[in-house]
Design a protein around this ligand. Sequence first.
Ligand code: PMP
Length: 294
Amino acid sequence: MKTNRFAPRPDLKIYLDGELVPAPDAKISVFDHALLYGDGVFEGIRVYNGRIFECQAHLNRLFESAAAIRLEMPVTREELVAAMEKSVKANGVVNGYIRVVVTRGVGTLGIDPQRSACPSLIIIADRIQLFSPDLYEKGMAIITAATCRNHPNAMPPRIKSLNYLNNILAKLEAIQAGCEEAVMLNHEGYVAECTGDNIFIIKDGALRTPPPYAGLLLGITRAVIIKLARRRDIAVQEMMLTRHDLYMADECFLTGTGAEIMPVTRIDNRVIGSGVPGAITRQLLADFVEYRSQ
Ligand code: PMP
């Protein structure tokens, strides 16, 4: 068998259904519906200075995602926080990342979720792979993908589910174009979000971002940026945006747990604004750095 150079560090301790186990032993069944059908939910959370960032907001979103697919959480909110803290401590994570995964559990080969009785809880606390620092200074080049975002009446993007193929198809387009992110339009052609990030533009001094009904994941970082912008009396407009609005923006940036605030300076090879990260983007990035260290 081929050795996998992306295999996790063997000394990593993974929380699996109540126990901390070494990464090579952290395994779930081939009959888990998460594997068979992508039936499950997850969260990606930052740890800054040993503290779980925006913990309540992440818990709310996770429990809501689970409720949306009628998945009974195997732990309470308090138990989950305790388990996350245990994983963070066991792996010596001070500044890093937590991945919480809840699977539907082992079941029969059919899709019926009622025929799988026991959800599994997995927690991975590790270092985080960051974008290179010069991208934050120069800004990222992105594309708009031909793959549109899942229709909200088919697979609501607000559910952070284990089925990310829609995003992966768009990510493949980005990679093909030599980029790291892609904007996904919704089924009506309006901007929704990127494959793993939300998107903002600045136009005439106002901050604009697609509203929830555009069909997007309500990002935790998105909410923080909206709060920080309001604190600075920057007008925040949740409104439908077209690709034209992106091209004509004065500034553009992405938000996400992994990326934090990533300036965008090119979309589909068109230069955005002055071609360098804009003043408001840099201000909000600085505010975010201060906020996360509080
Ligand atoms: N949209 C999608 C599709 C995502 O997967 C994510 C999270 N990686 C985001 C937006 C950003 O959300 P958050 O700020 O909560 O990480």
